[in-house]
Design a protein around this ligand. Sequence first.
Ligand SMILES: *Cc1c(COP(=O)(O)O)cnc(C)c1O
Length: 375
Amino acid sequence: MTQQDAPPPKINRNLKKLIPYQPGRPIEEVQREFGLEQVHKLASNENPLGPSPQAVKAMLAAAGEMHRYPDGDGYYLKQALAERLGVAPEELILGNGSDEIMVLLALAYLSRLRFLITSDHAFVRYRMGAELAGAPAYLSPMRDMRHNLEDIVAAIGPRTSMICLDVPCNPTGASISRRELSRFLERVPPLVIVVLDQAYYEYANADRNYPDGLRLRDEHPNLVVLRTFSKAYGLAGLRIGYAVARPEIIKDLDRVRPPFNANRMAQAAALAALGDEAHLRGSVKANAEGLARMQKGLRALGLKTWPSLANFVLVDVGLDCRVVFQELLKLGVVTRPMAGYGIETCLRISIGRPAENRACLAALAKVLKELARGD
Ligand SMILES: *Cc1c(COP(=O)(O)O)cnc(C)c1O
């Protein structure tokens, strides 16, 4: 019997619908396909300034230790985070990216009879977690690209186990205010876990009304706060994130966690990155300037954008986003088409270095003009 004749194995029923996450394309691929000298990758919300030089130094120093397994408990990184955040080490869990912690949460708290609530345009990984756990998910329709907290509260039922909110939301950029979040949490029953995904916390925190999930956890022990080193800290390639929650929740997640999920190099780099405040401050400042220019430039092209507290902006290009995405690609600008999120005419554009942002705006102007002419 050849491989073709043999019947394929049967995957778990609840996984059949699951479509694998589609990451942005590698720069080298795009370069080769279109014969481009330069490619600007504004597709994955990465820090365009790169990692902290101190993190790079720590990685080089750690390289000679790679025959050793990581510290499975992340002792030093947890100590440093605990001190920085004003929490106990027992309230922390590290993940292979905060993405992995999302999967641990789904496996620990969702099932066929324990439902998820999130928003229809929220980060797709939440609903994928529900699918992984075979759990039904209610996708609350966002209002003008904002989480509709009224609708979410109204959707809570006896089987609701978890609510996931990204604040700011990826891909819409929208935040919710401190007051909105507090009022919302007061209306959520204590047995329902609320995951507040603050992947863009360091960028958003400059805003006066931006909520700090950690301040709310005494009053709301059902709160889980997710943060990451992938965005403002510029360590996306290493995969390191963390969650803060009450110790009982951390213990539940530890049951599902693979023992060495946060790798040795990532722990060393994250620890060093935490100590480099200048790099963080510089990254946040550069992003704020780039974001303002990008939004102004997009509006000057007559396009609708939404307010963003993150390092990207959602823009309505008024045409099939896949077509605009493809034309931008040919000019060496990689963006993220939002068709997969059900927002057919929108692109998500990450903020790059000033020259990259200018190149993106110029390419977009050219593409839209040509498409309008029907070229
Ligand atoms: C980028 C992002 C994450 C996380 O990423 P990791 O790299 O897995 O830490 C989590 N949530 C949202 C909303 C994001 O945009």
